[in-house]
Design a protein around this ligand. Structure first.
Ligand code: UT7
Length: 336
């Protein structure tokens, strides 16, 4: 059995900065509320008419990650793409990446685990590499939320939180079993599937032809719905549990963490975890202030920025953790 390690990281965010004040011109909200409840100051939203899509942003992030990995695109054996906002309902964006990068006909897998998507994706990649099935895997998390948000006061509890962007990582085989990804931990609790949900265009509730025939301007099923407080309460519990699970598996104490990269859901959640685990400011990386919650892209964007800023060094213990819609949650413990 091998280990896997991350050898290249990249990110891409659209140029268009949307501040909280910009949002207050669209809906009844304000900078003070958003900052106090979420920590977010601004986010990036793709502008109408731009070429940016979930797939193309993923490709841009992937190109940076591949270049930094120092490998040729043709050395990639497999692609995994995590998103909740694909360009098309099907096929998923994995195949768009294969085509856009001009990679030979390797497999492309789409992961649909929302905020936990990147953790699920690197867990799959890690295990394909561990067994020797593949050597180099490209993992992408990308989201274009802004086109699908309800930007009226009705949707303010959700729409002020989410941002657009993409992050990518190249994973490769590591012969030394004490280096690279040490373990990953995945969980779900489908009982709460509808607490954070986008119902349409799923086939579970109604015929698409009926939705079209109804043509109801008040139909909210195409907008994400979130029971914010309930999600928040579950998030703080599951984040803590799954971080502890990862540490216990590797016989580590909390003090072993050099860098915790939590999914950027809400700054208050990250601060709660930091306080609970008594971590110093330089042991937890947050950038939700600049980008909002970019769901499957949030961890790879944050990981890339932390690495670019020299906050992750060889030998560091890096812990990734996420929680979100499903509910799904997970963690990864990495020896960098
Ligand atoms: O990434 C996946 C996982 N997601 C999460 O973990 C998110 C978890 N949840 C949260 O982050 C928070 O619950 C929110 C940020 C979504 C909401 O914060 P909250 O402190 O839970 O606020 P609330 O939903 O309880 O709403 C409080 C008040 C309400 O008004 P009333 O009923 O007290 O008069 C809302 O109508 O704030 C109002 N409100 C707003 N006011 C201004 C809701 N959204 C807004 C807004 N601007 N954007």
């Amino acid at each position: 059995m091998y280990n896997s390690k991350i050898i290249g990281l990249g990110k891409y965010v659209p140029d268009n900065v949307v501040t909280n004040d910009d949002l207050s011109k669209m809906m009844d909200t304000n900078d003070a509320w958003i900052q106090e409840r979420t920590g977010i100051k601004e986010r990036r939203w793709v502008e109408k008419g731009s070429d940016d899509t979930t797939a193309t942003m993923g490709v841009k992030a992937a190109k940076v990650a591949i270049e930094r990995a120092g490998i040729d695109k043709d050395d990639i054996d497999f692609i995994i793409f995590a998103t909740l906002s694909p360009d098309m309902y099907f096929p998923g964006p994995g195949v768009q990446v294969q085509h856009a990068l001009g990679i030979k006909t390797v497999g492309a897998l789409d992961v649909r685990n929302q905020c936990s998507g990147f953790i699920y994706a690197i867990s799959v990649a890690d295990n394909f590499i561990k067994t020797g099935m593949y050597k180099n895997i490209l993992v992408i998390g990308s989201e274009l939320h802004s086109f699908g948000l309800d930007k009226t006061t009705r949707g303010r509890g959700v729409s002020v939180i989410f941002g657009d962007g993409a992050g990518a990582a190249v994973l490769t085989r590591e012969e030394n079993n004490s280096k690279g990804i040490l373990s990953t931990h995945l969980h779900s609790e489908g009982e709460h599937a509808e607490e954070l949900v986008l119902v349409a265009p799923g086939m579970g509730k109604r015929w698409v032809s009926d939705i079209i025939a109804d043509n109801d301007p008040n139909d909210e099923s195409y907008f994400p719905h979130m029971n914010g407080q309930f999600v928040f309460k579950n998030a703080v519990i599951r984040f803590s549990e799954v971080i502890m699970e990862g540490l216990a598996k590797n016989k580590m104490e909390v003090s072993a963490i050099d860098m915790l990269i939590p999914h950027q859901a809400n700054l208050r959640i990250a601060q709660f975890i930091q306080k609970k685990f008594k971590l110093a400011d330089d042991q937890v990386f947050n950038n939700i202030q600049k980008y909002g919650n970019t769901t499957a892209a949030s961890i790879p964007i944050a990981l890339t920025e932390a690495w670019e800023e020299g906050k992750i060094k060889t030998g560091d213990t890096v812990v990734l953790a996420a929680f979100g819609s499903g509910f799904t949650w997970g963690s990864a413990v990495i020896k960098w």
